[in-house]
Design a protein around this ligand. Structure first.
Ligand code: HEM
Length: 467
């Protein structure tokens, strides 16, 4: 390719190809030719493809189906924001999730709109921050369970403990005390099962549901258990009809656009979706923190210093949150490297052009924050963990483009739980560091395990010392 064209392409891929007057073919990656390597190291392959595509629209061919990959920030903006009406959350790649999440906030159209409208008021920054003390109380109750391991020096598995902390916090915030501890304890392992069991379907979305895959039976059992807990609670709450503003009560009180009552099934679908999106993402992201801190002692020291200064011996309170600025940067950088929603697809309603490539009506395009956050043309040393990138005092625009950093997506489907995540992550990190001095005692490769979200391949073990 001409040097000048290469330069224009890298600057403005949406415009430049059309201006050149040619109809370029996207680079095609024939994944079906490389199945053993793909199975051995799927995320390594994803990274390799991202580097080779270098921001251009690419075509990923699976043999029976294909999907376009869009990583350039201009393309991300085009799909998620500027032309969102032409790129719906629909198609083959959403099938397994749609079946699981049903017709609530994870769908499209009328049911999605109704869900978003019902949930939005309890997910604003201001409302979420009003729950900070309630969240900290739940976090500290869970941290009490770690005191014995900290005293004896027995290692703990980070993911197990974070799963306990996050689930307890989410259940407390979502249900506002309307669920018994026994029922709450049944939900957490059921969800662990769902997350593991869905992985196969997520990776092979074109497979018909009548073909059984590993995990199907466990998935059905877990979903049944979830329903056994939730439906009686929903019926009881609708009968009680109080005006409390926890997520659960708000959903139970929602009305259809015509004023009619929403169905129990709609409430259940939304609770299921909210529980799934809020736990798995947060647990995955926070698990990465500890090996990263181990490899970057200067970041660990700065973070600990901030918590010591702002929070002291704890517990963390609402008024500490504004002072946790470095903690916030660490969380932002954590999500740059390991954005939990690492890939999500859209289906084109009408034929359109993207980066000079024709996308036919009905074809799917995948957005991958994981790859966009690693584009060398937008990020210096993209593989390095450096929270200073997000230092507001340095006045740099991280990634030099608003859409170079999209861990929560954007447009109509932008993550509705981002304030919950941001606050919860800061509170969990600050609470742990105010009570313990954790060190990671396992070495962890930086390439994640593939799944619906990103988790380390190896089990992360921590030794906690009492602070
Ligand atoms: C590490 C934390 C999180 C990350 C990286 C993340 C990422 C994302 C992304 C990328 C999307 C957009 C999906 C799309 O456009 O198709 C999304 C949507 C969503 N997220 Fe999150 N999320 C996180 C935490 C949470 C939490 C804590 C909650 C709930 C409290 C939540 C609830 C949702 C919901 C319900 C949607 C769908 C919104 C809609 O379609 O209107 N997420 N999230």
């Amino acid at each position: 390719m001409h040097a000048a064209e290469t330069l224009i392409r890298s600057m403005d891929p949406v415009m430049s190809i059309a201006a050149a007057g040619s109809v370029p073919q996207p680079e095609t990656f024939r994944l079906y030719r490389n199945v053993p390597q793909l199975l051995r190291d799927p995320m390594g392959e994803v990274e390799r493809i991202g580097r080779a595509a270098a921001g251009q629209v690419a075509r990923l061919h699976f043999g029976v189906a294909h999907v376009y990959l869009a990583t350039h920030p201009d393309h991300v903006q085009h799909i998620l924001m500027d032309n969102a009406a032409n790129f719906l959350r629909d198609g083959t790649y959403w099938r397994p999730l749609r079946r699981l999440f049903g017709q609530g906030i994870m769908s499209e159209g009328t049911d999605w709109k109704l869900s978003r409208k019902a949930l939005q008021p309890v997910l604003t920054r201001r409302y979420v921050h009003s729950m900070a003390d309630q969240m900290t109380a739940a976090i500290n109750e869970s941290l009490d369970g770690l005191a014995e391991s900290a005293r004896t020096g027995r290692p703990v598995v980070a993911m197990t403990e974070l799963s306990r902390i996050v689930s307890h916090t989410v259940i407390s915030v979502f249900f506002g005390g309307k669920i018994t501890p026994a029922d709450a304890a049944r939900l957490t392992p059921a969800f662990e099962t769902v997350v593991k069991a869905i992985a196969f379907r997520y990776l092979l979305p074109f497979l018909p549901f009548w073909i059984p895959v590993p995990g199907d039976r466990a998935l059905r059992r877990a979903v049944r258990l979830f329903d056994e807990v939730l439906y009686p609670l929903i019926r009881e709450q609708r009968w009680r009809n109080d005006d409390v503003r926890d997520f659960f009560s708000v959903l139970c009180r929602a009305h259809e656009a015509d004023g009619g009552q929403v169905s129990d099934r709609w409430v259940r679908d939304n609770l299921f979706a909210m529980f799934a999106t809020s736990t798995e993402t947060t647990i995955g992201a926070l698990t990465w923190l500890w090996p990263l801190l181990n490899d970057h002692p200067e970041v660990a020291r700065k973070l600990q210093e901030e918590v010591d200064t702002v929070v002291g011996a704890g517990p963390v309170r609402t008024e500490h949150v504004p002072g946790l600025t470095y903690t916030r940067q660490v969380v932002q950088e954590l999500l740059r490297l390991y954005p939990a929603g690492w890939v999500f697809p859209r289906r084109a309603v009408q034929s359109t052009r993207l980066g000079g490539v024709t996308i036919q009506a009905g074809e799917s395009v995948a957005i991958s924050p994981f790859l966009t956050h690693r584009l060398e043309s937008f990020w210096e040393r993209p593989g390095e963990f450096d929270p200073d990138r997000f230092d507001p005092d340095l006045g740099r625009e991280p990634g030099h483009h608003r859409y170079a950093y999209v861990p929560f997506g954007d447009g109509p489907h932008k993550c509705i739980g981002l304030h919950v995540f941001n606050l919860e992550a800061e509170l969990i990190i600050a609470s742990i560091l105010s009570r313990f001095r954790p060190t990671s005692c396992t070495s962890v490769s930086r390439i994640p395990r593939v799944g619906a979200t990103l988790r380390p391949k190896e089990s992360v073990k921590l030794i906690l010392k009492v602070a």
